[in-house]
Unconditional design. Sequence first.
Lengths: 290, 238, 354
Amino acid sequence: MGEFLHQLASGVALGGVYAIMALALVMIYQATQLINFAQGEMAMFSTYFAWKLIDLGEPYWLAFFATVLVSFIGGVVIERLIVRPFANAPVLASVIVFIGLSLIFNALAGWLYGYSVQSFDSPFTGKPWFGAGYMSAHESGSIVVTLAVLALVYAFFRFTPLGLAMRAAAQNPVSSRLVGVRVGWMLAIGWGLAAAIGSIAGMMAAPIVYLDPNMMGGVLLYAFAGAVLGGIDNPFGAAVGGFAVGVLGNLIGAYLVGDEVKLSVALAIIIAVLVWRPSGLFGRRLVARV
Amino acid sequence: MSAPILDVKGLEAWYGPARALRGVDFEVEDGGVTAVLGANGAGKTTILRALSGLIRRSGDIRFRGRPIGALATEDVARLGVAHVPDGRGTFTDLTVEENLRLGAYVRSDRQGVREDFDRVFGFFPRLKERRRQQAGTLSGGEQQMLAIARALLMRPHLLMLDEPSFGLAPLVVAEIFRVLGEINRNEGVSLLIVEQNASLALDLADRAVLIETGRVALSGPSQAIRADDAVRRAYLGY
Amino acid sequence: MADAENALSLLVTLAVAVIALAFPFVASGYHIYQGAQVLIFAIAMLGLNLLTGFNGQISLGHGAFFAIGCYGAAILMTKFGLPYWAAIPAASAVCFVAGFLFGFPALRFGGLYLALATFALAVAAPQILSYTGFDAITGGSQGITLAKPQAPIGLKLTSDQWLYLVCLASGAALYWAARNLARGRIGRALIAIRDQPIAAETMGVNAALYKTTCFGVSALYAGVAGGLSAIAVGFVSPESFGLSLSLAFLVGIVVGGLASLGGVLFGALFIEFVPNIADQLSVNFGESAKALPGAIYGALLILVMAAMPTGVAGGARAATNAVMRWLASSRPIEVANDGGADVAAKYEGKGESP
C-alpha cells in the first residue's frame, strides 16, 4: 500500500509537469491549430539557462524568475522571426519548421553546455510540505508550483483584458482586428507565455529527470499524451489529462510493464485515445477530416 | 457644410489577383447616413472590407481628413471606425458580456465604458438579460444586436454595417433600424450601411450609392436615388 | 521543350546509373559500405517522400518502421534460418501491415495527428526494442549480430561489393515502382488529396483508404531499407533507431526536395556525410562538434522551407526550366506538370458574399 501511494504521489508530481507542458501546447494549438514540436527543446534550453545562472551563484528563485522572463521574451522573438513567416504555409511546412527549431535548440544546448548529464538542484529541501513518507520535498513543491501556474494562467485568461483579447484573437481573428486587437501581437504573446510556462515545466522536471539536451523528449511525449487525452483544444482538459497521464504512466510503469518502457505507455495512451475517443475527454468533437 | 467624415476616391480592391472594385467614389457626411445599394456580388461588402483594410486595396481614403488607405485593420478600428461585418463576427465561445468588453478593448476610460454598457443595454435590453450566456447560443437577431452593441462600445465616429437586416424577422429588423436611427440622430454617429433591402436603407439614409460590378452606377441624395426609374424597378420593386 | 527536358532527365538518370554501377569497382571497401548506406537511406526516403511529398502527410516516425524492417529481417534470418532474400521481403510486408494499422486511427483527423502519433512512436521505439520481455527474440539492449551475406559462388565480388549491388538493385526497382506510382492514377489521386482534399473526396477518391495505403506503402519502403541495413551492417541494436533517425529522414527529403523522387539520392548523401564530417571535426574541436549536424539540419529545415519549398531538386528543375525556356523562347511555353510540391497559395477570384 505504501509503495502504491508512493507511486501515485510521484505520478501526481510528474503529472503536474506534464499538465503545464500540455497547457503550453494547447495555448499555441488554440491560436494557430498547430502543435509546437519544439516546445520540449525550448523548455530544455530555458532550463539550462536557469542552471547556468544558479551555477554562477545566483539564488534559485532569482534564477527561476529570470528564466521565466527570458523564456517569455525568447518565445515572442521566435514567433516574430521564425514562426510568423509561415503563418499561411501548409501544416506540413510549419511542422517541419518546428522540427527544425527543436533540432537547433538541442544542438545549441549541446554546444553551449555539453552533452553530459548534469544534476539540477531543487529549491525544495528538507521535509516535504505534505505527503511526507510518500513523496520527496521536491515532489511536493513541484505540485504546488504547477498548481499555482495553472491557477495564474486561468486567472490571466479569465479576468484580464489582455487574456480576453488573446482568447478572442485565437477564436475569431477578423472580428478581433475589427475591434482594434493587434492579433499578430496576441500570437507572439501566446508563444511567449507558452515558452515561459514550458520553462517552469523544465525547471520542475530537471531535478527528477536530470539535465541533458534530451531531457524533455519523454516529458514532451507525455505532455502530448496528456493534451490528446484531455482534448487538444481545451486548456482545462489538457491540465487534467496531464495529471492523468502522469499517474497512469507511473502506475502502469510500476505494476504492469516495467519502468524501462514507460514511454510506450504514453504512445499507447495516444493511440488508444485516437481509436476510441479522438476528441479527448473534454475536447470538442472532432470531425474526420478529408 | 462641414467636410465629409469619410471621403473615398478611386477605391480599388482585390481578392488575390482578381480586381473586385474598379474606382469607387463616395462620401459620408459628418453626422450623415450613406447607404450602399446593389445586387449580390456587385461589390458592396468588398467596399467595407477594403475600407477596413481586410483586403488589398488602393485609392484615396480619408477619414476625418486623414488618409487611412495604408493603415492596418487594427489601426483603422482604433481611429474610430467600427465595422459590423457580414455574418456579425460574433465571438461564439465567449459570453455576451465578454463580447461587449472586447468592443471597449482599446479604451482606457473605465467610467465611460461603464456608462456605455448601460447605454447599449438600454438600446437592447435583451442583451442585458443574457449577458452571462455564451454568445453562440443567441438567436440571429440577438447576435446582430450584440454586434452593433459591441461596435458602439468602441465609441466610433463612423459605424459601418454590412447587411444588418440579413436573415432577420421584420419585427427585429424594425427594432434594429430604429436604434440605428436613434444612434445617428442623438449621438451624431455617422453611418455607412450596406443593404440589399434598398427601401429600408433609403428611409434612413441621406445619401446613397448604387454599385454595379465594382463600379458606382449612380450616387446622390436618397430622394433622388429613390426617384430614379431604373432603381425603382430593379431594387425597390414598384 | 517537354521532349528536350525529358531527354535531359534521361541523360541525368543514365549518368547517375553509370556512376552508381561503377562505384563499387573503383572505391575502397569502407567507401563501398558508405555507398550502400546512402542507397539504404535513399530507399527509406523514397517511401517517406511518397507519403510526405506527394500525399502531404508527415511522418516523424519512419525510423521505427526502418527498425521493424531491420529487426524483422534479423530475427527471420537468425531465429528462423531464412535467407536474406526471403527475410527482407517478409519483414517489409510486416512493415506494410504495421504502417497500415498504425496510420488508420491517426490519419482520420488530418496530418497533425499523424505527426503527433508518429513522433510518439519514434520516441518510444528504442525502449520497446530493448524491452527485457522481448530479450529472447530481440536480444534486448545487446541487439542481434548476423553474418554478412556473401556474393553467390561464381561472382568474383567482395561481400561489400555484393551488398552494395543488392542495395542498388533494390533501390532502382523501388525507384521505378515509386515513379510509376507517382505518375499514374494513384499519384494524381494522392496529389489531389494533398492539395484539394474536399474536391478529391467529392470526385469519388476514397481519401482515407488512399492515405492509409500510402502510409503502408511508405512504411514498406522503410522496411526494405531497414532489412538491407541489417545485412549491410551485420548488427542491429535498439539505440540506432531513436527519434534522430526519423528526423534525419525528414531532413533528407526536405533537402532533396519534397515530391522529388530523384532528390532522395541527394538527401541520402547529405544525411550520410554531414554526421561523418562532424565526427571528423570533433577530433579537432572536441565534443561541441557533435552539435553540428543538429544545428545544420535544423537551420536547413527552416531555410529550405522559407526559400525553396521544393528543395534542391526543385531548385535544379526550376533552373533547368528557365534555361529551356530561354533556349526555346521562340516557341510557345508548355508547363510540365510533374506534381512538384507547389505550395504557393492558390488564389481564386472569389465572388463577393452577400
